[in-house]
Design a protein around this ligand. Structure first.
Ligand code: ZN
Length: 341
């Protein structure tokens, strides 16, 4: 049997250097098990106590327990030191400057056209209108003929079109074809708005090749021009302010009879005329009573039903509401302009 006190002292010294060398909690725990666990080296040494003569046994046992306690404390101290070092490292890697104030210019917001489109939808949804949609690539029947615009009609020249492929299809020049498509699928009562993109070959300070329209259609029994006027007055006041008035003037569109141009009173002079509006009134949309033939083309009997329709340019509504001098600013990527909204 080897000399137990010497073995114990050798084990004690070796254990201290191993504990000091442990670099992380996992290695330290493995070391603890190897030293003090059930099959650990110190445990094995303690088992050797039984073979000692009784006189030496008590003293050696006392010493062995002291070593065990010492090593347990050394492991605990090393664990605490490793944890301390870990936290110090975290403070270095994950520090947070609580005095830092981020600049708010990184926040996004909605585009003025999106804002005005949402507002228009909300205004009409309050009076029972739902949203209808149609294809942007349209056929000539829905875009022209069904709306009383036969081939050779001068209105086709006003709406210089982008044709697709061999020419049977085109990018819709207005949202009015959605009226026809909706009537084909639904009988009155009909109350819809059809917001969407439309396309014409035009580009200057007041025209874009791709712009937006919101079409409106109301068909029911006994719908009159006064219903149209009340609806659009409600609309204009909701968008521009309760003090605003609307004015209907005679106009001409192939798909309505009679047709009217609708203007809203200037917000600055109230309709008297000023340098901002020139004549006191600002054109906002075209409208009229749906032409009986258009109702028929949509599968609705004009002897039983009547209706009104209107079409507006939300780009123009936004220009008036936000005082934009040039429609092109709406599509140009100038953040100085967009930040105003
Ligand atoms: Zn004015």
């Amino acid at each position: 049997m080897a000399n137990l006190p010497e073995d114990l002292e050798r084990l004690r010294l070796a254990a201290h250097s191993q504990i000091a060398a442990a670099q992380d909690p996992t290695a330290l725990e493995q070391l603890r098990v190897a030293l003090l666990g059930k099959k650990g080296t110190l445990t094995a040494t303690l088992r050797g106590l039984g073979s000692l003569p009784p006189t030496e046994r008590a003293q050696a046992g006392e010493r062995a327990n002291a070593v065990k306690k010492e090593l347990e404390e050394a492991i605990a101290a090393r664990a605490a030191a490793l944890e301390e070092a870990r936290r110090a490292g975290l403070a270095e890697q994950e520090w947070l400057d609580i005095t830092f104030i981020p600049q708010d210019e990184g926040y996004g917001h909605l585009h003025p056209i999106t804002l005005i489109m949402r507002e228009i939808r909300a205004v009409f949804s309050h009076i029972g209108y739902t949203v209808a949609v149609g294809p942007e690539v349209e056929d000539e029947w829905h875009n022209f003929e069904a709306l009383n615009i036969p081939a050779g009609h001068p209105a086709r020249d006003d709406m210089d079109s982008f044709y697709v492929g061999s020419g049977a299809l085109l990018l819709r020049t207005h949202t009015s074809p959605v009226q026809i498509r909706y009537m084909e699928q639904h009988q009155p009562p009909i109350r819809i708005i059809a917001p969407g993109r439309v396309y014409r070959r035009d580009y200057d300070a007041t025209h874009l090749p791709q712009f937006h329209q919101v079409e409106g259609l109301c068909v029911d029994s006994d719908i009159r021009l006064s219903d149209l006027k009340g609806t659009l007055e409600y609309f204009a006041r909701s968008i521009f302010g309760a003090e605003r008035r609307i004015r209907l003037t005679g106009d001409h569109f192939p798909f309505t009879e009679p047709s009217v141009g609708v203007a809203v009173s200037c917000g600055i002079c109230g309709g008297a005329g000023c340098s901002s509006c020139k004549r006191g009134w600002l054109e906002i949309l075209g409208a009229g009573m749906v032409h009986p033939q258009v109702l028929r083309n949509g599968g609705i009997d004009p002897a039983r039903y009547s209706g009104f329709a209107f079409g507006m340019g939300p780009d123009r509504i936004a220009m008036l509401k936000y005082n934009l001098p040039d429609i092109r600013s709406i599509v140009e990527p100038d953040v100085r302009f967009l930040r105003q909204f």
